[in-house]
Design a protein around this ligand. Sequence first.
Ligand SMILES: NC(=O)c1ccc[n+]([C@@H]2O[C@H](COP(=O)([O-])OP(=O)(O)OC[C@H]3O[C@@H](n4cnc5c(N)ncnc54)[C@H](O)[C@@H]3O)[C@@H](O)[C@H]2O)c1
Length: 255
Amino acid sequence: MDRLKDKVVLITGAASGIGRASAELFAEEGASIVVADIDGPGAESVASGIRGRGGRAFAVAGDVSVGADASRMVEETVGRFGRIDVLFSNAGIPSVAGSIVELSEEEWDRTIDVNLKGTYLLSKAAVPHMMAQAGGVILVTGSEQGYVADPQTPAYNAAKSGLHGLMRSMALNLVRHNIRVNAVCPGITDTPLLQREVDTSPDPEATRRSYAAWAPIGRMAAPREIAQVAAFLASDAASFVVGAAWLVDGGYTAL
Ligand SMILES: NC(=O)c1ccc[n+]([C@@H]2O[C@H](COP(=O)([O-])OP(=O)(O)OC[C@H]3O[C@@H](n4cnc5c(N)ncnc54)[C@H](O)[C@@H]3O)[C@@H](O)[C@H]2O)c1
């Protein structure tokens, strides 16, 4: 399919998990991809895999929570490919499980900086280019945890709820510039992030079983199932989707 033919797409957190699956699927759909990640070698490996299959991609290493890095990701996209049609602000981190009393100030700051501030910094850098080219798409990776809460992840819940709010405000402000802003909101998805949580839990086998039973569908999502919805939201087929936090959660929030 050619849902993203000739689009230039910057994806953050694209060395792994949902971002990687999206980079690979978006390339199959005809897009030129900038694979941005704090893990430089991982980003390069995804980009060279795409090039090896005949696609157009290059890697940028950087931290989305640092203004200079976020700007550089956008500027290198425009410098190399001439424009930026889609910013997919996907990079995110979990927070260490615990109550608000156990949560350190450093952990709070890092969780908010990567999961929330990163999208502000990237959008601030990308929007002037999108305005100059009379349109674009900003897609963020929200979460079912922006809708519901977990008693053990206050910082992550705050970051993802805040991200949904930021997304809606930007959507309302930018729609008149033909810039559509939306969120794809995964439920439990079987990525390296999730696997690290399983591996570091007291009983990994039981944790994996409980994640598999989490949603009514009775299994975790594959990263590509989230990428498929992201590709739709990034494409012109979603031309009337504005300010939506689009759940892809196997029915969890319908419970
Ligand atoms: N896996 C899930 O169950 C799940 C559920 C809901 C939402 N999400 C969200 O999906 C997104 C992707 O998660 P994933 O499960 O694919 O995780 P992952 O750990 O597999 O991939 C995340 C990628 O982001 C990169 N990254 C982390 N911090 C960064 C930073 N400061 N700057 C640039 N890159 C950075 C990592 O190096 C990694 O390559 C995150 O926003 C996460 O919160 C995941």
